[in-house]
Design a binder for this molecule. Structure first.
Ligand code: NDP
Length: 463
């Protein structure tokens, strides 16, 4: 029998890779992990975590305004970008330290280096040019920000990577894209006092989310003062003599801004990874092709997370990593369950969603009952803010199962997490109906919408 240097070599120290390496090492396997940048990956270093800290920061401007209705007189406020960046960086460094500690405590060997496949069982550690062998290999290299193709002047633009480290807070910004990052950052920058414009090629932001939430969020963002341009693209960006940026759009608009940020999706990070040398197949966009158990076409090589370009969400990568450890090292073949994944957009107001949007459900079910409530959250009765909250349930009329739950409003992400348990468990509308409300909360609407707002039969709305 061949003796390998390691039982398991993990390439990529993000959420998926670290979890798999730590669990396998904790079982006594000989594990090594290599990361070329910083442990923690996109989520911890330049994604979900610093983004959420920015979201908190950006909320304060509205909180200060809202306080007046409750009798508070808030003094003059001033926001200091450098303090936020420094505090955020300190927290990220702490988390990175925890990731590294978790790995070393479990007994994994940590390489601070890029690693590339040499063949089916060998990996090159680039910092030392050392080649090591491993029985099983996991590709967990994630994705990178998609480039803007042939956009003229793209060298003047930034992405979310740079947005986390801008030296100064811009006075104005144009953000391109209509997905998670574009929408979240538009709200962040606006909340921090930046004049913000969002430009999106499609007819309505946040494709694939429920249309009621998309439209209402769009309108709310505009009411706050964010300019939202739909069905429009940036055609070119030029740096002007005053060091600002002149942007031309497909709609013939000329905008002058301090920064242009592109948030146009993410691409699997598989270039020059040695996949061809190892015989690992990729698809047209470079994503590693895996089966239900995340095994590639090479029997000892697996892949998890964004590099497989299936569901680009941190908890999914972590879950997949745990399944791989079960499959490979516990002799318990486990496939990840990608059904009913809850997700949140940390916009302002927030979106929390799980299951089918109404439009997607129409394609799958013959008849739907739609339960929907639009109301002003209680806090805003005194704050005076006009923002509306939406709670919406999509129910398959045939068996009364709740197949979609959508929330727009404060803490929608937190609510989506809890709703996901109910939907995953297959709860019916009757289960919701016999659940006592918690009063006074916004979430009580979810269990008190007794009559359908309308029905949809064979794609047609019927009252
Ligand atoms: P998304 O896939 O969410 O959005 C990309 C956006 O860019 C879409 O609106 C897309 O348009 C648009 N787009 C793509 N290519 C072009 C182009 N060439 N020109 C103009 N527009 C273009 O990606 P993000 O970058 O926002 O986020 C990356 C991933 O990170 C997400 O998929 C998500 O899974 C994850 N993420 C999750 C978060 C969360 O859970 N809260 C937060 C942030 C990121 P169209 O809609 O027409 O395709």
């Amino acid at each position: 029998m061949t003796e390998f240097d390691y039982d398991f070599f993990v390439i990529g120290g993000g959420s998926g890779g670290v979890r798999a390496a730590r669990l396998a090492a904790g079982m006594g396997k000989r594990v090594a992990i290599a990361e070329e940048y910083r442990y923690g990956g996109t989520c911890v270093i330049r994604g979900c975590v610093p983004k959420k800290l920015f979201v908190y920061a950006s909320h304060f401007s509205e909180e200060f305004e809202d306080a007046a209705g409750f009798g508070w007189k808030v003094g003059e406020s001033h926001f200091d970008w450098n303090t936020l960046i420094a505090n955020k960086d300190r927290e990220i460094a702490r988390l990175e330290g925890l990731y590294r500690k978790g790995l070393s405590n479990a007994g994994a060997e940590i390489f601070d280096s890029r690693a590339e496949l040499v063949d089916q069982h060998h990996v090159r550690i680039l910092s030392t040019n050392q080649v090591v062998s491993a029985d099983k290999i996991l590709i967990a290299v994630g994705g990178r920000v998609s480039d803007a193709g042939d956009l003229e002047g793209r060298e003047h633009t930034i992405t979310s990577n740079e947005a986390f480290h801008l030296e100064t807070l811009p006075k104005s910004i144009l953000i391109a894209g209509g997905g998670y990052i574009a929408v979240e950052f538009a709200n962040i920058f606006h909340g921090l006092g930046v004049e913000t414009t969002l430009i999106y090629r499609g007819p309505e932001i946040l494709k694939n989310f429920d249309m009621d939430l998309r439209r209402t969020l769009h309108r709310t963002m505009e009411e706050k003062g964010i300019r939202v341009l739909c069905s429009e693209l940036i055609t070119h960006v030029v740096r002007s003599a005053d060091d600002r940026l002149d942007v031309t759009t497909s709609g013939g608009k000329n905008l002058k801004v301090d920064e242009v940020m592109l948030a146009l999706g993410r691409t699997p990070n598989t270039e020059s990874l040695g996949l061809e040398s190892a015989g690992v197949e990729t698809d047209a966009v470079g994503a590693v092709i895996v089966d239900d158990y995340m095994r590639t076409n090479v029997e000892n090589i697996y892949a998890v997370g964004d590099v497989t370009n299936r569901v680009q969400l941190t908890p999914v990568a972590i879950h997949e990593a745990m399944c791989i450890v079960d499959t490979v090292f516990r002799d318990k073949p486990t496939r990840p369950d990608h059904d009913m994944i809850a997700t949140a957009v940390f916009s302002q107001p927030e979106i929390g969603t799980v299951g089918f949007s109404e439009d997607a459900a129409v394609q799958k079910f013959e008849e739907l009952e739609i339960y929907s409530a639009t109301f002003r959250p209680m806090k805003h009765t005194l704050s005076g803010r006009q923002e509306k909250m939406i709670t919406k349930l999509v129910v398959n009329a045939a068996d009364r199962r709740v197949v979609g739950a959508h929330i727009l409003g404060p803490d929608a992400g937190e609510l989506a997490q809890v709703l996901a348990i109910a939907l995953k468990a297959g709860c019916t509308k009757d289960d919701f109906d016999r659940t006592m409300a918690v009063h006074p909360t916004a979430a009580e609407e979810l269990v008190t919408m007794y009559q359908p707002s309308y029905r949809v039969r064979n794609g047609e709305r019927v009252e």
